[in-house]
Design a protein around this ligand. Structure first.
Ligand code: A2H
Length: 268
């Protein structure tokens, strides 16, 4: 950090046909009128090799998002305006920009985070066929795309936020979420770390007795430790690289996701 640009992998999490046509009237209209283009929430991640463990996607309820036309892939990305501007100044591949005109990107619709909650989604590589958009109050709109994919097995922030939603009915009801969107999504063990088990975020949150998303200092410690140990000592437990070291296969998995069109790069 602070030295040169940060590379993020944007994961393309597809928005499925809406289930609640009242709550998601705007999204239904976008899906119906964007000419058959796929519409994606595009979280920014540093851990593309953990996408097997996705249980949901997070947005900031009070955040402002837009649906942006990405010419290079003929798709629509939902992200913050700030990150869309950034993307429009970056290369997609072979000297071709993400958009036809450098620095310009078309916004087809705007959404508050709240309007994105409860959307059904298809997350690439995830065990669950369908996941939902849930709230994460600690999202910073000035980092990445303002969208975060949730991997509770390996990300302490994600684990604690999902636990709070799963344990507190009133909390999920406050955001208009049904039990089906939250309760069935158990942690998916994907990476084993010697001494940390096969869900290191769960292990660290228990070890440090992290009770809520308000335990900021402990969460930072848990995050730093799981992030470092996951990379240096982690062994994949699932997927085609099961049994291999995370540090060896992370770049391979990243490139495969880019080549298959499930991900792309974003710098800031
Ligand atoms: B990571 P850095 Cl499994 N606000 O992805 C808050 N957090 C954000 C964000 C935002 N606007 N944009 C991205 N992030 C999260 C996976 C993951 C991540 C795992 C383990 C650790 C981890 C699944 N969530 O991050 O500030 C995203 O969560 C530990 C640092 O740029 C992204 O990667 O260093 C990471 O923070 C980017 O953090």
């Amino acid at each position: 950090e602070g030295v040169g640009p940060q590379e993020y992998v944007l994961i393309k999490i597809k928005v499925l046909p809406v289930e609640d046509e009242t709550r998601h009237a705007k999204m239904k209209k976008l899906l119906d009128t964007c000419g058959g283009k796929s519409v994606y929430l595009v979280p920014a991640t540093l851990r593309p090799e953990t996408m097997y463990g996705q249980t949901n996607c997070f947005v900031l309820p009070t955040g402002e998002y837009g649906a942006y036309q990405v010419d290079a892939t003929n798709e629509v990305f939902i992200m913050s305006a700030r990150s869309a501007r950034g993307l429009s100044c970056q290369v997609y591949k072979d000297n071709q920009g993400y958009t036809n005109e450098f620095g310009k990107i078309t916004c087809l619709e705007t959404f508050s985070g709240d309007e994105l909650l409860g959307l059904p989604l298809k997350a690439p590589m995830a065990k669950y066929d369908k996941v939902y958009t849930l709230p994460l109050l600690s999202i910073s709109m000035s980092k990445g795309t303002g969208v975060v994919t949730s991997v509770p097995s390996d990300a302490p922030d994600d684990y604690v936020a999902l636990q709070e939603l799963q344990n507190k009915e009133a909390f999920r009801a406050k955001f208009g979420l049904t039990d089906e969107m939250v309760v069935p999504f158990e942690v998916v063990p994907i990476i084993k770390i010697e001494g940390y088990g096969d869900a290191s975020a769960v292990f660290m949150c228990n070890k440090l007795k992290i009770k809520s998303s308000g335990d900021k200092a402990k969460l930072t410690k848990a995050k730093d430790e799981t992030y470092l140990k996951g990379f240096t000592m982690g062994i994949m437990q699932v997927g085609k690289y099961a049994g291999k070291k995370v540090s060896d296969v992370k770049p391979i998995i990243k490139q495969e996701m880019i080549d298959s069109g499930d991900a792309c790069l974003y710098f800031e």
